[in-house]
Design a protein around this ligand. Structure first.
Ligand SMILES: [Ca+2]
Ligand SMILES: [Ca+2]
Length: 386
């Protein structure tokens, strides 16, 4: 038996368990941004509500073998309560392809046929944040500081797809809600009957799952951990930036300039402007071919083989929001202090202006909110230390 933080695997079979995060309360329609300002204008065009009393801010799964060793009980930590959720019926094979601690950087693997494809990210260090002279920089991107990633870890080659998230929902009965902020009728609004299956635009199983909250992403990662016996989680913000930079120190992993964006990322571009002639925010004049999300992997990867780190959908990270890196972690760990009702998002999306598609750019959103521009990718520990 191996024990990761928060997850114990104890059997070769497990049962899938339904869990409903519930409907978040929609408070007055505020807006989100990296610095408290509305996300309009040149900030990327994304809007959403600020949630008060977000459900399930703390989420963990605890698995324990029954006396017979064939059942797994799952407890969900909701706030300061621990609740056991119902047991499902159909056992499934526990598939594990454990990676050795000396896994080679760049090595790709899957832990199961329906699991996300992962790539090994090397240990190393990077300078996190943007220098004062970086064009488009905002005040929350500093101070620049050295972060050391002490052990290799794995990160999804792609954002989690509709098909991958759908497998989770199918196996567990998880409800990812029926409300989501979408851009329709010329404005962002929280629509009923919107969600990851129908985010307000067409998509296939190969598109990134959008309209997923931080809570949804946590539930997916916890399920994947139970399914595989490995430790899946969201990347920390510093891991995310380290992986996105892939050894570069430029504003974007392809260059300092946004020139060339349409080859490397799906952002707000002429395709989007063609779909929405009244779109009020800045777009690139080039064509990346997508008005909304693009199938994952359609744009060039960064130097470590990671696709869509910039653009397509914003990606949830584990970290609580802090408006400055002062006193932040230097070892790649997630920042567990600050405003933990809201979590950090990175990378920009299909609706982001060029200035938001920079490696150091950061915004935040309430953990329970869903938005058609927000998705996630998972990280996986390779050693108990990573
Ligand atoms: Ca686009
Ligand atoms: Ca992305």
């Amino acid at each position: 038996m191996r024990r990761w933080r928060g997850v114990t695997t104890a059997a070769e079979t497990l049962q899938t368990l339904p869990y409903d995060a519930g409907e978040p309360e929609n408070t007055s329609a505020g807006t989100i941004s990296g610095d408290g300002k509305p996300m309009g204008g040149d900030r990327g065009g994304m809007s959403g509500s600020m949630l008060t009393g977000a459900a399930c801010v703390g989420f963990a799964l605890l698995a324990g073998a029954s006396a017979a060793g064939s059942e797994l009980g799952v407890a969900v930590i909701v706030g300061n309560r621990t609740e056991t959720v119902a047991h499902g019926a159909a056992p499934m094979v526990h598939q594990t392809a454990q990676r050795p601690a000396d896994a080679q950087p760049g090595e790709r693997f899957r832990d199961c046929p329906d699991c996300p494809q992962m790539v090994v990210v090397p240990a190393g260090s990077h300078r996190m944040g943007s220098p004062s002279w970086e064009r488009g920089r905002t005040g929350d991107e500093g101070p620049v500081h050295e972060v050391k990633i002490g052990a290799p870890f794995a990160l999804g080659v792609f954002e989690v797809t509709v098909a991958e998230f759908g497998r989770f929902v199918d196996e567990t009965g998880y409800s990812a809600g029926s409300r989501c902020f979408t851009y329709e009728g010329g404005k962002w609004k929280e629509g009923r009957r919107r969600g990851w299956r129908n985010p307000g635009f067409g998509q296939s199983g190969g598109h990134p799952a959008a309209c997923v909250s931080w809570d949804d992403a946590q539930a997916y990662a916890a399920w994947l951990s139970l399914k595989t016996g490995e430790r899946y989680r969201l990347p920390s913000e510093s891991e995310w930036e380290y992986a996105a930079r892939a050894g570069t120190s430029t504003s974007r992993y392809w260059a300092d300039s946004e020139s060339g964006q349409c080859r490397h990322a799906n952002g707000a571009d002429a395709s989007l402007k063609g779909r929405y002639p009244d779109w009020p925010w800045t777009v690139m004049s080039c064509q990346d071919g997508q008005a909304h999300t693009a199938p994952v992997g359609g744009h060039e990867a960064n130097g470590w083989g990671l696709h869509d780190m910039l653009g397509n959908v914003w990606e949830w990270t584990e970290d609580c929001w802090n408006a400055s890196y002062e006193a932040g972690p230097l070892d790649g760990a997630a920042w567990g202090h600050g405003d933990c009702a809201v979590r950090v998002l990175r990378g920009g999306s299909w609706e982001s202006t060029p200035s938001a598609l920079r490696t150091a750019f950061r915004v935040r959103n309430s953990a329970g909110d869903r938005n058609s521009s927000i998705g996630f990718r998972v990280a996986r520990m390779l050693t108990p230390e990573s």
